[in-house]
Write a protein that binds this ligand. Structure first.
Ligand SMILES: NC(=O)c1ccc[n+]([C@@H]2O[C@H](COP(=O)([O-])OP(=O)(O)OC[C@H]3O[C@@H](n4cnc5c(N)ncnc54)[C@H](OP(=O)(O)O)[C@@H]3O)[C@@H](O)[C@H]2O)c1
Length: 296
């Protein structure tokens, strides 16, 4: 029996909790006493640093799904950079339905509903499956993460001030992962308010040349962008063990960006302040916040 007037805490499960976005969602919600936050993932050791409760969840191990989802009200659902996301998402959504989960906040990818970018479309299949399953839902469609330039999976995207990327001179739309987390946190806190919404999340359109100029000005060190062929990207990521199917899609998309065949690559959106109550991060503020990491 609840002996106080406080309503019982809602249980919120964060998947991908040891990943970039999941970690940021946990950081954002950790001090909210109105909810019980539970990190879900494969490694208890990795999750220990998050400072919240943990449950074992491996999308590829069916026996872990139901226990992880028991008594959960809302889920932040994030998958990795692999085509396995399709199979994993279906199994997870089915298990969430059986467990009685109410609301799913799904981390997707950019693009309009008619996108021709394959892996963005995969995320939209998952969105449709969440809807078809009858959940209350919020779909997040973030643009390109600013954090990609801080290094990823041990790969250095900037060496001695030279940014290597593969989108030619395209202007593309960017988002700070902390802003994705801020929106996700609001949707998890107030599921009714944000139900049945698809939020495109991207607030600063810049070419890599423009990003290099900002980094030069903030760090007082020279930065420049050297466009490279997309084939080099594919060779590098496959050598590092990345998923072929997903990265082939990313490669094709880079080629399309470079030749101007990705419509809306530079769209920006004006929903952030309404959702969170404060303005989104733009490149200059991001560079200032991460100045030390960019300096060489
Ligand atoms: N990078 C971008 O610019 C960009 C832009 C738009 C959308 N996205 C989307 O963002 C998502 C990736 O987010 P992120 O960067 O936060 O990912 P991330 O840092 O690579 O983290 C992936 C997370 O998934 C977990 N995971 C992997 N396999 C799992 C499994 N079998 N069972 C349970 N958990 C598993 C990982 O856990 P472990 O720690 O155990 O490995 C980790 O917590 C992708 O869906 C991508 O399409 C990315």
């Amino acid at each position: 029996m609840n002996t106080t007037d406080n309503p019982p805490k809602r249980n919120i499960l964060i998947t991908g909790a040891t990943g970039q976005v999941g970690r940021a969602v946990i950081r954002t919600l950790k001090d909210d006493d109105s909810i019980k936050l539970i990190a879900a993932g494969r490694s208890e050791e990795k999750a220990a640093k998050l400072g919240v409760a943990w449950r074992k969840l491996d999308y590829d191990e069916a026996s872990t799904l139901s226990p992880a989802l028991q008594d959960i009200d809302s889920v932040f659902m994030a998958t990795d950079y692999t085509v396995g996301m399709l199979r994993q998402s279906k199994a997870f959504i089915n298990a969430a339905k059986r467990a009685g989960v109410h609301h799913i906040v799904h981390l997707g990818a950019p693009g309009d509903d008619d996108t021709h970018v394959d892996h963005w479309g995969w995320h939209q299949f998952v969105e449709r499956y969440i809807e078809w399953s009858g959940f209350s839902f919020t779909h997040l469609r973030p643009e390109i993460f600013m954090q990609n330039l801080l290094g990823y999976g041990g790969a250095k995207p900037i060496e001695e001030g030279v940014i290597h990327h593969y989108v030619g001179d395209a202007k593309i739309c960017w988002v700070d992962i902390d802003d994705i987390a801020a929106v996700a946190a609001e949707c998890l806190r107030e599921p009714v308010k944000h139900s049945s919404q698809t939020y495109r999340l991207g607030y600063d359109a810049k070419t890599y040349h423009e990003v290099a100029t900002i980094l030069s000005s903030v760090t007082q060190q020279p930065f420049r962008y050297e466009p490279r062929p997309a084939a080099e990207f594919l060779e590098k990521v496959l050598a590092a063990g990345a998923d072929y199917a997903y990265m082939q899609c990313a490669h094709n998309n880079y080629q399309n960006y470079a030749t101007g065949k990705t419509p809306g690559a530079d769209y920006t959106f004006d929903n952030f302040e309404t959702i969170t109550g404060h303005p989104p991060t733009r490149w200059e503020a991001f560079a200032i916040r991460h100045k030390e990491a960019f300096q060489y």
